[in-house]
Write a protein that binds this ligand. Sequence first.
Ligand code: 5GP
Length: 194
Amino acid sequence: MNFLEERILSDGIVKEGNVLKVDSFLNHQMDIGLFDQMGAEFKRRFADTPVTKILTIEASGIGIACLAARHFQVPVIFAKKSKSINLEGDMYVAEVESFTHKCKNNVIVAQKFLNSQDHILIIDDFLANGCALQGLIQIVQMAGAAVSGIGIAVEKGFQPGGQIIRNLGFQLESLAIVESMDAETGVITFREQA
Ligand code: 5GP
């Protein structure tokens, strides 16, 4: 079991509705030492991959992306979320459905921060149905940039996002893949990874 899986077992809470609450160390209070370890692990897994920028989405991806960026020595761009449909001008916009909030948001990145020379590593905290990632991938592709890979802290392996993204041919590295979780017993199991 790796360091993140151990932390999820000790501090994660399984909620009804397939939600894993990790707000004591990941997406409300943040354990920066843990984020730094995650950043080092992403760097190890993407060691041979060109990366010019890291792209994430507000808010929970930002902290993880920033610590990862110290290991890659590249800037971080975070996509902004907005409900407004009157977005135009020099922005890339993709529509994303939120798993936790059950609503649709636009995710937006200013065109000046992405260009066709960029090799983008996408980082996020959770992968569930893959909607957030597909929005970020669309934005990278709109810019004519390359998706170098995708790094996720916690993938919920029993939801379809991981399979969808891997089937699209991207290198997707999830530090913990939850195979099953039970809100009644609190039992969490992880997928074995090489
Ligand atoms: P997706 O778009 O893959 O369905 O969901 C990804 C987003 O939903 C993540 O960025 C994360 O913010 C949120 N999310 C999905 N599942 C969970 C969960 O079980 N726990 C928490 N804390 N956030 C989740």
